[in-house]
Design a protein around this ligand. Structure first.
Ligand code: ADP
Ligand code: MG
Length: 220
């Protein structure tokens, strides 16, 4: 079954009188529990595509359907509820909240969606990601690798069906990058997540079920 479905999606960035065609007629289906990699050079449109899949950015024409939910007529409130419940995001820049400690950062999406915290599940994630004992630390007391692992834990906290990761290993040295990759792909095996990961690293693409290559806003 397709959990992510895009049909003829076009996206233009408008700045003043200029219009830039960032995504050109993207049609794409991703199956449930698939690990898909989006590969492409810097500026090719990878982040734009991922943000549209995640409902974080608008598109001009076409259709985006996630888990049977069509983005077309959803207002901001419905969109953000949908995102909280269904999607875990991992950004290259971690985007942790500096005034919250590790545990509070991880459980933030659960609290936002007013769900009960599954403490056993959260402890499990914390353990698996090697963050035990760091629960009360603040982001600025952690290394880059640790911060990225907190961001991954946060993405998993709400048991989302879909994980979207934008160059999650980009800022990490290669050993830690491999760990991060392993943790994300383990989630696919263990919890049946669908994982869509952006990278410009062809080595990472080898681990994927499927590689989507994007060039100048087009899938090739
Ligand atoms: P990638 O993630 O592959 O590096 P992006 O999706 O970030 O590429 O960007 C694709 C293209 O769209 C780039 O040429 C970039 O300059 C342009 N772009 C991205 N965001 C904006 C924006 N907010 N306004 C105008 N142009 C943008
Ligand atoms: Mg990008």
């Amino acid at each position: 079954m397709n959990i992510i479905s895009l049909k003829n999606v076009n996206k233009y960035y408008k700045t003043g009188n200029e219009s830039f065609h960032a995504l050109k007629d993207i049609t794409l289906d991703i199956r449930e529990s698939e690990f898909a990699v989006i590969l492409g050079k810097s500026g090719s449109g990878k982040s734009t595509l991922l943000n549209i899949i995640g409902g974080l950015d608008s598109y001009d024409t076409g259709e985006v359907i996630l888990d049977g939910f069509n983005y077309k007529n959803a207002d901001d409130k419905i969109m953000s509820e949908f995102r909280c419940k269904k999607i875990g995001f991992v950004f290259q820049s971690y985007n942790l909240i500096p005034v919250l400690n590790v545990y509070e950062n991880i459980t933030f999406p659960v609290n936002i969606s007013r769900e009960n915290i599954d403490t056993d599940y959260i402890s499990n994630i914390i353990e698996e990601l090697g963050l035990k004992g760091k629960e009360k630390s603040f982001p600025n007391q952690l290394s880059g690798g640790q911060q990225q692992r907190v961001a991954i834990a946060r993405a998993l906290a709400n048991k989302p069906k879909i994980i979207l990761a934008d160059e999650p290993t980009g800022n990490l040295d290669s050993a830690i990058g491999k760990d991060v990759l392993k943790l994300l792909t383990n989630g696919v095996k263990e919890y049946g997540h669908t994982l869509v990961m952006i990278t410009h690293n062809p080595d990472i693409a080898e681990y994927a079920d499927r590689v989507i290559t994007i060039e100048d806003g087009k899938i090739i």
